[in-house]
Every structure is written in C-alpha cells, then in structure tokens.
Ligand binder design. Structure first.
Ligand code: SAH
Length: 443
C-alpha cells in the first residue's frame, strides 16, 4: 500500500482540481474541493509525481454524490462531485484569475437544467475481456474504452441508438475495429442531433475499406430507430486520433440535419463544426451580439465563421457581414444556410483567417466590427497584427480556451484596445471547460 498523507485543500486550480501543498511541493488533486481535509497518495512516474484522492475526511458543503456511475472512470466530465452552483463559481474564478486585473468579470451564464445538453455524440467501439462489444469514450491516454451505457450530458437518443448498434453488430457479425492490431470494421459512431428539429444523423466510421453487408446493417438500424433521418458511412483507415476520414458516402437521407438557432435554420453536415450545446449557444450568441451595440449600419467580419451561425444571426443588425472559414464543407454549409434563410447581405470566404486578414490589411479594407471565434489554439500573430492595423472599433472575441484568449487579448490591449465586458457562458456543464466572451473597443 502506498503511503497516505493527510492534507487540507485551500484553493482549486483552473481545471477544478484541489491544490494541496506539503513537503515543499504542491499538487493538483482531482475531485478534491477547497476547504476539505482528505487523505491522498502519491504516484511516482519518471519525471512526474501525481496525487490521487484516497478519502475525504471533512467534506465541503458543495460536495455531492456524482449522479453518473461512470464518473470517476470515464474522464468525460470533471466536476460531477460538486453542486452545479459551485461549478459555475469555479469557472468564474478561473476567468477572474485571467482577466480581473484588466476588467471585472460577469457571473457565468449557466443552464436551468444542465443535463443531456450535448447534441454531438462520439462513441468508440471495442470489445471487453470477455469478447462483448462495448462502446464509450477512451480512458485518458489509453486505447481502453470505458463502457458507458448511459451518459448524463449527451442527448438521450444516443444511448438507445448505441445499444441497437451493438446488438446489430453481434447479430450480423460486424467486428469492432481494433486500434492496436488494426483489424475489424466499425471504429466509431458519430451522432448529431437537431435540438429543435429532432432530426438525427448517424455517421458510421469504418476502419476498413470494406464494410460487409452495410445495406443490411443500415436497414436493421433504421427499423429499430425510425427517428434517424440520415445515415452516412465514413471510412477512416489511418492511424490517427481524428474520428472522421476523408472518404464518405450517404447511405440514407440527405447526409445532413437541420437545427434552429435564434430563429434561423442551419444545415449541418458530418464534418462541419456546430456548437455542442444548442440552448447555451443561443445565450452565447445573444450576449456576444448585444455587446457589439450594432445599429444596422456596420460592416461586420465573422472570423472563423463555421457554418455561418454568427454571420446569419447578426445580419439583421448589420449593413453587411463577411464570414471567413478554412473548412470547405463548413463554407458550403454556410452558403446554403444563407440561401435557406433568405439572407442577402452576407458572403462567405473559404480561406485561412490570417491570410485573409493580411490581404485586407494590405488593401486597407476595415470592418467596423469583428466577431472572432477561433479554435482552441486561438489566433496567430499575423491575424492579430492585421486586426490592429485595421482597427475595427469593436471586437467581440469568443473562445472555448480562455488561456489562449487571454494571450491574444493581452496583445490587443497593448496595441490600444480596451475591454468593455467579460462574460463567461457555461456551454459544457459538469466538465472543466467554459466559453468566454471578451468585448473590446478602440476609440
Ligand atoms: N463561429 C462558429 C465556429 C467556431 S469554431 C460557431 O460559433 O459555430 C472555429 C472554426 O474555426 C471552425 O469552424 C474551424 O474550421 C475554423 N478554423 C480553424 N482554423 C482556421 C483558420 N486558420 N482560418 C479560418 N478558420 C479556421
């Protein structure tokens, strides 16, 4: 038995883990809450010592029993051991740590009911030791799939669709793909759900060029789940952590689903980005758009525009909107979405946002307002330098990674921008993640 240490936790780190200090070292302990006294043990690996919670001796008032039986194993959620109110406080404290020296931080916009919000569900297929087919997500840093039959944060239709897929695989002898031996067929399943339209897309990702009896497989699936509106077969034979491969064919339906956000209808394809929490996305966009104080006369840039959601929703408050996005599927979706909604004052460009901005800066074409919503890595210096050259009078920077957002905002502050509002939004209840809007102006 490894040695146990009694510790008192005084603070949480950015990921909601309890920080403890002893023996001149400090450790982040998963599942420990500030104020708690607990026993922990240390795991020594070459160059790295990690701390593990053994038992909590004095519990914090905010500690609750996780509702999900897989919580401690699965790793998909991080904060189920604390009340939802506390989760929101933890997320606000993180944003405050990053931004409060520059500007006060608003309370996090939370959900009334923070369950079953995820509209995009990714499951990996595997086998357990007894040879039963299982599905779930990978345990952290391994190829071991955690077999979860239910998930508290995913749209509920996914649980029963996955159960049926496993039954059909067994009946039709379709093997799950084995990542290590690189054998078998069904590798992943991706389910996308239209919250308002109730449309369901199932993407079957095969690790093999041949999916034997795919027609029978799909008809059995549709028979069991008439709610499925489209099925796509994707092939991904590469050794990669990416879920989808390049080859794709529509087996049933249109290969797309629709959803409605802020009164606009959006068509979504398997590969294009769409926010995963539809109710909170509306709160996020409302807050972002409100902070831009548009009058209807402005030219607007929507950088990293995805399928054009912000562009279309903001179009009624702007003179014109240009969306820039690198993924060609997403740009095709965005163009179709503009047509579908009869919006005429938007246009979409398929290009790297930095390249586009550099060209605009060369030409001196300045948007009045820019919405910036980059991937987790944030913006690069070429993008920010071009923004600073053009100086849109308002910027609304939306991010799912507050650390890179702070780096980028610091750059903008140095060049004369001022923060007008910092508004976090909880798009990912029970996880450590938080979305954050920083609004800036240049006078
Ligand atoms: N604003 C959209 C999408 C945000 S996600 C929404 O709210 O739905 C970020 C988007 O940036 C993705 O669609 C991704 O494909 C795109 N992207 C990533 N790198 C890019 C780059 N260098 N230039 C332009 N777009 C990029």
């Amino acid at each position: 038995m490894s040695k146990e240490y009694r510790v008192k936790c005084r603070k949480l780190d950015a990921k909601g883990r309890g920080i403890v200090s002893f023996n001149n070292a400090s450790f982040s302990v998963p599942y420990l809450i500030e104020g708690e006294t607990a026993l922990i043990s240390l795991q020594h690996k070459p160059g790295n010592t990690t701390a593990k919670l053994v038992s909590v001796e004095e519990k914090a008032a905010e500690r609750i029993k996780p509702e999900c039986p897989y919580f401690y194993e699965c790793g998909g959620c991080d904060l189920q051991h604390m009340s939802y109110k506390k989760q929101l406080q933890v997320k606000k404290a993180w944003i405050e740590d990053l931004f409060k020296e520059k500007h006060p931080v608003e309370d996090v916009i939370g959900m009334d009911s923070p369950y079953h919000y995820r509209n995009k569900i990714h499951q990996t297929l595997s086998k357990d030791r007894k040879g039963n087919i299982i599905s779930g997500i990978y345990e952290e840093e391994s190829h071991r799939v955690i077999d979860a039959k239910q998930c508290l944060i995913q749209e509920t239709c996914a649980d029963s669709i996955m159960e049926s897929i496993k039954k059909i695989m067994k009946a039709q002898r379709i093997e799950p793909y084995d990542e290590d031996r690189r054998r078998g067929v069904l590798r992943h399943v991706l389910i996308k759900y239209g919250y308002h339209t109730k449309q369901v897309m199932v993407v079957l990702v095969s690790g093999n060029d041949i999916f034997p009896g795919k027609k029978n497989f799909v008809s059995a699936l549709l028979k069991a789940h008439p709610e499925i509106t489209t099925v796509v077969l994707n092939t991904n034979t590469r050794k990669t952590s990416m879920v989808l491969g390049d080859k794709q064919s529509v087996v049933y339906g249109t290969g797309r689903i629709e959803d409605v956000l802020c009164g606009y209808t959006f068509s979504i394809s398997p590969k294009s980005f769409y926010q995963v929490n539809p109710l909170q996305t509306e709160r996020l966009y409302e807050a972002a758009i409100a902070s831009a104080n548009l009058t209807g006369k402005e030219t607007v840039l929507d950088a990293y525009s995805g399928i054009g959601t912000i562009s279309l929703i903001v179009s009624k408050n702007a003179k014109s909107v240009t969306g820039v996005e690198i993924n060609k599927d997403a740009v095709a979706d965005a163009k179709e979405n503009a047509k579908k909604n009869g919006v005429k004052n938007v246009n979409f460009i398929c290009e790297d946002a930095s390249m586009y901005m550099m060209k605009q800066a060369e030409k001196g074409i300045r948007p009045d307002v820019a919405f910036i919503d980059p991937p987790r890595s944030g913006c690069d210096e070429r993008f920010l330098t071009s923004i600073v050259r053009l100086k849109p009078s308002r910027l609304v920077y939306i991010s799912c990674n507050p650390e890179t957002q702070k780096r980028d905002v610091d750059f903008l502050l140095e060049k004369g921008y001022k923060i007008t509002k910092v508004q976090p939004v909880d798009m990912f209840p029970f996880t450590k993640h938080v979305e954050n809007i920083v609004s800036l102006c240049y006078e």
